[in-house]
Design a protein around this ligand. Structure first.
Ligand code: NDP
Length: 330
């Protein structure tokens, strides 16, 4: 038996409730690798899965946690042996199968990535899906020509998980970083991560019908979409790219016009971390170990335990979590 955060659903009322409970190893889903989990984390999707599920969770009782890092305890796959340090993000773990909010997890070997040299399981969860996505976004911008010296790179939703890691990586790589936040009290935190300019959220949320605005940004990591992405696209410099990773401000791109694409050759790059192929995951984790300063990562961390998760799940859905939560499941 071991500890896990278990979400139950009352069939009559349809309401869900989450609490720490004991579960048996025999109840874990099938998979080739059994992992003793050290740490997990809290992403926006976890907020949904700890609560009513947002359509992501189909069967109860459920153990959420879309990310975990830990040590292989047993493996039926030649790629992993007991003692190996591994990290898992995505593949709908914690949504349609039990995830990382437990002291043990059993998963298909294909879902795991060996932890790169120099990254602890705690640091890996300070990164988590949010940080992996930030790195994938930076890699996509680089693949489309972004180079230090091109001008300011905008990060929206900057004080959130993806935004915080994107700011730190871009600054370390030598980019000027403009951070958009709706929380002015987080300005010092963001400049500490390397932002050189703070942009107030209100500056970018008015929907306009202008075809284009003045060229400001050499690249953008956008976690917000909504009206903000509509405005940002019109402010991109000629031939630059926006990596769209999230929808914290709404699923539509409000006020968007075709003009930035056909008059300025702007690219909108979609970033998905969940089904990302293995080779690119390995490349991204190795870039994280190389390009994410560990002191900056440390500054993003709020420590937590399994018992804190119901409250944290509610907070992240309200956009009230700063940086990255690291959950010690033991
Ligand atoms: P967080 O909640 O940590 O960060 C989101 C940030 O967006 C907030 O901190 C806030 O930043 C800003 N924000 C929130 N609400 C609004 C609003 N209404 N208008 C404008 N800005 C807002 O979440 P994550 O960083 O973990 O995830 C961000 C988004 O990315 C989510 O939509 C998530 O679902 C998505 N995502 C996508 C992935 C992928 O594979 N593509 C992977 C991971 C996440 P501030 O206070 O600084 O303004």
């Amino acid at each position: 038996m071991f500890k896990a955060l278990v979400v139950e659903k009352d069939e009559e009322s349809g309401k869900t409730s989450a609490a720490v409970a004991e579960i048996a190893e025999a109840d874990l889903p099938a998979g080739e690798v059994l992992v003793a989990v050290d740490y997990s984390t809290v992403n926006y999707k976890d907020g949904l899965c700890i609560g009513p599920g947002g359509g992501l969770v189909r069967t109860y009782p459920h153990v959420p946690g879309i990310d975990f890092a830990g040590t292989v305890e047993a493996s039926d796959d030649a790629r992993y042996k007991p003692g190996d340090k591994v990290v898992l993000t995505g593949w709908r773990v914690g949504e349609n199968r039990w995830g990382g909010y437990a002291q043990k997890a059993r998963v298909p070997a294909d879902y795991l990535v060996p932890l790169p040299e120099g990254l602890s399981t705690r640091a890996a969860m300070a990164v988590g899906t949010a940080g992996l996505t930030a790195m994938l976004a930076v890699m996509a911008l680089e693949d489309h020509g972004l180079t230090p010296g091109d001008g300011p790179v905008l990060v929206t939703g900057a004080a959130g998980g993806v935004g915080s890691v994107a700011v730190a990586i871009l600054a370390k790589l030598g980019h000027e970083v403009a951070a958009v936040t709706g929380r002015p009290e987080q300005a010092e935190y963001l400049t500490g991560l390397g932002a050189t300019e703070i942009v107030a959220r209100e500056e970018l949320t008015e929907v306009t019908r202008k075809p284009l605005e003045g060229e400001r940004w050499a690249g953008c990591v956008d976690a917000v979409a909504g009206a903000m992405l509509g405005r940002v696209l019109k402010q991109m410099k000629y031939g630059t790219s926006v990596a769209a990773i999230g929808l914290a401000g709404g699923a539509a791109i409000e006020g968007a016009l075709i003009t930035p694409f056909i008059l300025r050759g702007v690219n909108l790059l979609g970033i998905d971390s969940v089904m990302q192929p293995y080779d690119n995951r390995v490349r991204a984790w190795s870039r994280i170990a190389q390009d994410l300063p560990m002191d900056k990562l440390e500054a993003m961390i709020t420590p937590a335990t399994l018992a804190d998760l119901p409250g944290l799940g509610r907070d992240i859905l309200k956009g009230q979590v700063k940086g990255r939560v690291v959950v010690d499941v033991n």
